[in-house]
Design a protein around this ligand. Structure first.
Ligand SMILES: *Cc1c(COP(=O)(O)O)cnc(C)c1O
Length: 408
């Protein structure tokens, strides 16, 4: 007889054996005091911690304008959307949010999904249904949700080396000239903090008559004059065919979307299972996201403060000899290079110093490049940075971790 229990145990043991078994911190954020939170230990006692690894990059998850919009919507409209969009789940705040998102990205239309993951999975797989014979060219460091969508589509796909336009061009050149093509990539890669060459990729797309699909999940709200992302910053919004984003990171709520020409959005809306057959976002979420986007558009000083905080933390780590990795974005990765050390330092930071930063281990990043990934927000003060750098310095000495990596 098949031993089901043993199979599940083996699966967990395998992850433990590789040193990448995850234990989640049980945190309760304190509204109005982000990045402070209360952590509940296993014995039930509480500890005050500073969160250093949230993707709520600007603290919009506690912004009064967002909270008020959500509360008003709950009072006036209620809890759930009541169905899929096709079956009575279209609520007014979702329609208004789509219009706002479309205009933000200077596109004709936008389409909401229940998460960024679902948006990528649904859009990238559906594009292969709509465009028979579509060949997808995918950056090697693309997010798991993009890979899932591309694989699910089942069509021909080629992986190009990360941010390597020469490799991308070689692959494009080798494909039949008349085949439909799609280049799928991200702007800010959130583990290394590097940023793709949008203009260079667009030039190749034009040369080989390919569509461009850009994931701006880690850039939306954070780059460009109005926060529409790196495509806005670089002045190339009109040249990206499909933009995909989340409402769950800098926007501070939850959900995902694409923005594109209305014919593209209409086709995906009509064909994507991951859109058609799932209950739409609750009105309070779409109302909160709408308030957040409107606020972000009007407040470039938040983006300046965010960049200043990231630069300050990088400089402080470097001055203390902590091996901060090259990053041209707001992401501050620190090289550890070993999964056991990485988890141990993260555990000690939490337990002894009240610093919460998740270890980033394989398979999220390649083996040997294990790291801690800090995401300072405008709400992280100089005093919090002082405490963090002191704690890191002490642990680096205690654990005898390399101060400067050979290559990172
Ligand atoms: C987090 C993430 C997503 C998924 O967005 P969710 O809204 O969290 O589902 C997609 N792409 C990238 C690059 C991400 O980091």
């Amino acid at each position: 007889m098949f031993d089901y229990k043993a199979a599940f145990e083996t699966a967990v043991e395998q992850v433990k054996g590789e040193g990448r078994y995850r234990v989640f911190a049980d945190l309760k954020r304190v509204r109005g005091q982000f990045p402070l939170a209360k952590r509940r230990r296993e014995d039930g006692t509480e500890q005050d911690v500073v969160v250093w690894c949230s993707n709520d990059y600007l603290g919009m998850g506690q912004h009064p304008a967002v909270l008020e919009a959500m509360q008003v919507e709950i009072d006036q409209v209620g809890a759930g959307a009541g169905g899929t969009r096709n079956i009575s789940g279209t609520t007014r705040s979702a329609v208004d949010l789509e219009a706002e998102l479309a205009s933000w990205h200077q596109k004709e239309a936008a389409l909401l999904f229940t998460s960024g993951y679902v948006a990528n999975e649904a859009a990238l797989s559906t594009l292969q249904k709509i465009l028979p014979g579509l060949i997808t060219f995918s950056d090697s460091l693309n997010h798991a949700s993009m890979i899932a969508g591309i694989r699910h589509g089942g069509g021909e796909r080629h992986i190009f080396a990360h941010n390597d336009l020469e490799h991308l061009e070689a692959l494009l050149k080798a494909a039949p000239a008349d085949a439909p093509k799609l280049i799928a990539f991200e702007s800010v890669y959130s583990m290394d903090g590097d940023i793709a060459d949008l203009a260079g990729t667009i030039a190749l797309a034009k040369k080989y008559n390919a569509l461009t699909y850009l994931d701006e999940v880690h850039a939306v709200g954070l780059y460009g004059q109005t926060g529409a992302g790196v495509a806005e910053r670089d002045g190339v919004l009109a040249d990206i065919d499909i933009i995909e984003c989340t409402l769950g990171k800098a926007i501070g709520v939850m959900g995902g979307y694409i923005a594109a020409d209305s014919v593209i959005v209409d086709a995906i809306r009509s064909w994507a299972s991951g859109f058609i057959f799932t209950t739409s976002l609750p009105p309070a979420l779409t109302a909160g996201a709408l308030a957040s986007v409107r606020h972000l558009k009007a407040h470039p000083e938040l983006r300046e403060a965010h960049q200043e905080r990231a630069a300050a933390l990088k400089a402080r780590f470097a001055a203390a000899g902590i091996p901060v990795m090259d990053s041209v974005s707001h992401i501050v990765p620190v090289h550890v290079g070993n999964p056991v050390h990485c988890k141990m330092i993260s555990d000690m930071l939490l337990e002894q110093h009240g610093v919460y930063v998740q270890p980033i281990n394989y398979p999220t990043v390649p083996k040997g490049t294990e790291r801690l990934r800090f995401t300072p927000s405008p709400n992280h003060t100089d005093a919090m940075m002082d405490d963090l750098v002191k704690a890191m310095d002490a642990l680096w000495t205690h654990c005898n971790v390399v101060r400067r990596p050979a290559a990172a």
